[in-house]
Ligand binder design. Structure first.
Ligand code: 4AD
Length: 475
């Protein structure tokens, strides 16, 4: 009852407080500062209130004692309330630890936005025991947590590192459209919608647009959302994902693979050189080691042999693509043959056994997209192979898919036909071969998959701000 009467007043005789964010506070030690943020942690120890404040840039331990800890607001303070605190920033005494090595000794504070207590309290809505669907519904609250926010910070650092690395190698960033009228990776996985009375799609890949930039801008890249209507409930499939794609002119297949390896290693180096991103990697994936170079290269045909030698089989499918089951309802497992797709499960097992990044290359044309260049001078019968590669990472599997592109116009027109594509809508892509063609190639990297590898996350769903997967488009 007494506490209700205490009204805090800021002491005007104290030095003026400097408004500050929680990052880089070390330079303000010994000074009076004013900070704003959310109550991340809260502990009352014999009348002294310890608040860990969070403002997105960092965390700060704040100590409320005496009168400032005895107000009604102090006694009813809840987690996730927004508060403003003023006080002097002090280096921690020897033997004590808190974020940044300092704490705020509060002389004045106020609540800016109280969060509810009781049944509606934050930790009643969301805690470590909350099941996956509740966590998905409450993604907007999950991202306030230390792990989720660290992943998002590392994601930002990762995107910056790619941009820096590309700039250093003269690749220019472009922003292709998301609303398109062409497919890239097969009609089956297109999201369709009505566009002013015409059919349009959400883009699967910006590759075709990047190709048109080569004669205009030289080598280019983009970081753009891609959309896949795949009914895949796996650890590594999203319906919308951030697709980092690059396209390079006047290269050969060997140069394409070296470029991918260099870019990935350079980005990892940049992240480790920067103290704040290095700390995020350490926090999320303490045993992370940069990948050994050169990356292992494994030809598709040799990979099929390897899978069979290691007893890694795949589910038998009938002509309609349905899995064949025995009387007990178990899938019938069979050896791999040249021409078979290496499915996610087999690919994952192979990557985990080999335990290192692998370039799997030279896939059969049958399995791959229409635009891929065939390996030159292959003899008559048997499958035709392509200058294509997937980069597989331990723990995740495929993170990059790339290839050399068909540079010859006639060959491209034949390839449209094989895929059942009407060339009319692709006139602009064909023109690329008509008006001064060139040998070129490129790749796409799934940002969430790369991050899942770097930060050792179980699923790509943790690596997206608001992940979308079949049946989930909220929040
Ligand atoms: O292998 P994909 O389908 O290749 C392309 O789209 C090419 N046109 C890219 C290019 O050459 N410019 O996809 C490339 C990468 C995959 O390796 C994977 O990392 C990611 O995109 N990816 C997905 N990530 C999350 N969810 C999905 N459903 C994904 N589909 C592909």
């Amino acid at each position: 009852e007494e506490s209700k009467k205490i009204v805090l007043q800021e002491d005007a005789s104290l030095p003026a407080a400097k408004k500050a964010k929680l990052v880089g506070l070390a330079e303000l030690r010994g000074q009076r500062i004013r900070v704003r943020g959310w109550v991340h942690r809260l502990r009352d120890q014999k009348g002294i209130i310890f608040v860990v404040l969070r403002d997105g840039t960092g965390y700060l331990q704040c100590v409320l004692s005496g009168q400032v800890a005895q107000t009604y607001e102090a006694l009813t303070l809840t987690l996730e309330s927004t508060i403003e605190l003023t006080g002097s920033l002090q280096e921690l005494p020897e033997g004590k630890t808190a974020p940044g090595g300092h704490e705020l000794s509060v002389d004045y504070w106020k609540v800016l936005g109280a969060a509810p207590g009781a049944e509606e309290a934050f930790t009643n809505r969301l805690n470590e025991q909350s099941d996956a669907s509740i966590q998905a519904d409450l993604r907007h609250l999950v991202i306030r947590g230390e792990t989720a926010s660290a992943i998002l910070k590392l994601r930002a650092a990762l995107l910056s590192s790619f941009r820096d690395s590309y700039a250093a190698h003269n690749l220019l960033e472009v922003t292709p459209p998301c609303m398109v009228q062409t497919q890239v990776e097969g009609g089956a996985t297109l999201f369709k919608f009505e566009y002013y009375g015409q059919q349009a799609f959400l883009t699967q890949s910006s590759q075709l647009y990047l190709e048109t930039c080569l004669p205009s801008l030289g080598d280019v890249f983009c970081i753009q959302e891609s959309f896949r209507a795949e009914n895949s409930h796996t650890r590594r499939h999203l319906s919308e994902y951030t697709h980092l794609e690059a396209e390079l002119a006047f290269i050969d297949f060997e140069e394409l693979m070296s470029h991918i390896e260099n870019t990935i290693c350079e980005v990892v180096d940049r992240l480790l050189e920067n103290p704040s991103s290095a700390a995020l990697i350490k926090q999320l994936n303490p045993t992370f080691e940069k990948p050994a170079r050169p990356f292992k290269r494994l030809n598709y045909v040799d990979a099929i042999k390897w899978l069979n030698e290691h007893g890694i089989q795949h589910e038998l499918e009938d002509a309609d693509g349905n899995v064949v089951k025995d009387e007990q309802g178990n899938s019938k497992m069979v050896d791999h043959a040249v021409g078979d797709d290496i499915a996610e499960a087999a690919e994952r097992r192979m990557t985990d056994i080999l335990g290192t990044p692998i370039f799997l290359y030279g896939f059969p044309a049958e399995l791959k997209a229409f635009y891929m260049k065939k390996i030159p001078s292959q003899s008559g019968d048997g499958p035709v192979f392509t200058e294509s590669c997937d980069l597989l990472m331990p723990g995740v599997g495929e993170i990059v898919g790339g290839s050399m592109r068909i540079a010859d116009m006639e060959e491209l027109i034949v390839a449209y036909g094989r895929e059942g594509i009407d060339p009319a809508a692709y006139y602009w892509f064909t023109d690329q071969r008509k008006y001064g063609t060139c040998e070129h190639g490129g790749y796409g990297l799934g940002v969430e998959r790369f991050l899942a590898w770097l930060a050792k996350r179980y699923t790509v769903r943790e690596c997206s701000l608001y992940p979308r997967w079949p049946g989930r488009a909220t929040p």
